[in-house]
Design a protein around this ligand. Structure first.
Ligand code: FAD
Length: 323
């Protein structure tokens, strides 16, 4: 029996969120006395696949069919299901990314499995049970869920588990070829445009500096950009800011925008409405700068600065430049 981890690639490398899933999957495998296998799809360098050994993966199955370079849910599900069948995998793990969220339910139906998304704990297997904790209500609460089907499918919440590094360990790579004759490639995106800020892709950014209506207008956005530049961060914003065209829509973070999961999220002049928090609550550390001490965002913050953004942010820029 193996625990099967689906890993996603980006520019030939494995995404950090998938490295977290691989680390999680190999810990589950240890717990169950199983082996940890990964399945990779599309454009990923072979060296990146081999290096998954550092996260405890023993073997990687790789389907290099170039039609899989763009995400097509139907085809991805077929490849992962084939790998699961080949490896007799009863536990499947992947990141709760946009792709993970799109394939989870389809895989559960195909494999007749139980699915838990947004998972934040290793399974509790006491007495033969298999119980995980998952975030619910936009991360405001947690629920314990028992996975009772033979096949258990876990989508791991980003930033909930550290990436393990067993330096020098390598995984073997084997080709996998799924039957995709009836896969619906007509649904494949014709073009994918990556919107980057100074080479940093917002959903993958380690540091994000985000501005809200408290910045008063687009003419003040140099404060956000200068702080982001000094920290090597991506820039983001609240929904009203992009609705008012102060910033482009691809920077809008939240329930109806992009989900980010950086190590550091700095929110400047953002009130912290639940719809905004839904997109940022996977951040490891949240710093809030707001002149209103009662702003709801402070409840979700690790560090808070009560003060005027126009006084606080220039000082932060100065300090960051001096680092
Ligand atoms: P405001 O609520 O106006 O807050 C501005 C903040 O700036 C205040 O807290 C104020 O104290 C502070 N401030 C003012 N001046 C200064 C200063 N000089 N220095 C420091 N602080 C200052 N919102 C999202 O962001 N993302 C979403 O995905 C999203 N989806 C939504 C979906 C639905 C269905 C609905 C109904 C709403 C959604 N919203 C979303 C909107 C959300 O409810 C809030 O209205 C929005 O997040 C508020 O944006 P804001 O914090 O920038 O503005």
């Amino acid at each position: 029996m193996s625990v099967l981890v689906f890993v996603e690639g980006l520019n030939g490398e494995i995404k950090k969120s998938s490295l977290e899933a691989a680390s999680y999957g190999s810990q589950v495998a240890q717990q169950l006395g199983a082996t940890a296998t990964a399945v990779a799809i599309g454009e990923v360098h072979e060296e990146a696949l081999t290096k998954l050994g550092e996260q405890g993966i023993e073997k990687v199955l790789y389907d290099e069919d170039s039609r899989l370079n763009s995400f097509v849910a139907d085809a991805y599900v077929k490849v992962i299901a084939k790998a699961a069948q080949q490896e007799s995998s009863k536990v499947l793990v992947f990141s709760n990314s946009n792709i993970g969220a799109s394939i989870g339910a389809k895989l559960a139906v195909r494999l007749n499995g139980s699915l838990a998304t947004n998972v934040t704990t290793l399974p509790n297997t006491d007495g033969g049970s298999f119980v995980v904790t998952r975030g619910v209500f936009s991360g405001k609460a947690f629920a314990d869920v028992a996975l009772t089907a033979d096949v258990k499918i876990i989508a791991v919440k980003k930033n909930s588990f550290d990436v393990t590094h067993n330096a020098g360990a390598t995984a073997t790579v084997e080709k996998l070829s799924a039957d995709l004759a009836d896969a619906d490639f007509a649904a494949a995106p014709k073009e994918t445009v990556m919107q980057e800020t100074d080479g940093v892709l917002l959903p993958e950014a380690e540091v994000v500096v985000s501005g809200g209506r408290g910045l008063k207008g687009p003419e003040n956005w140099h404060l956000i950009e200068d702080l982001a530049n000094a920290l090597g961060a991506a820039t983001a914003c609240s929904k009203p800011v992009s609705d008012m065209d102060w910033r482009p829509h691809h920077e809008h973070v939240g329930q109806t925008g992009i989900t980010v999961s950086p190590n550091l999220y700095i929110a400047v002049g953002i009130s912290g409405a639940i719809q905004h928090l839904a997109g940022v609550n996977s951040s490891k550390v949240i710093v809030v700068i707001n002149k209103d001490p009662e702003a709801p965002f402070f409840k979700a913050a690790d560090y808070g600065i009560v003060g005027d953004a126009f006084e606080v942010v220039p000082k932060l820029i100065e300090a960051a430049k001096a680092l």
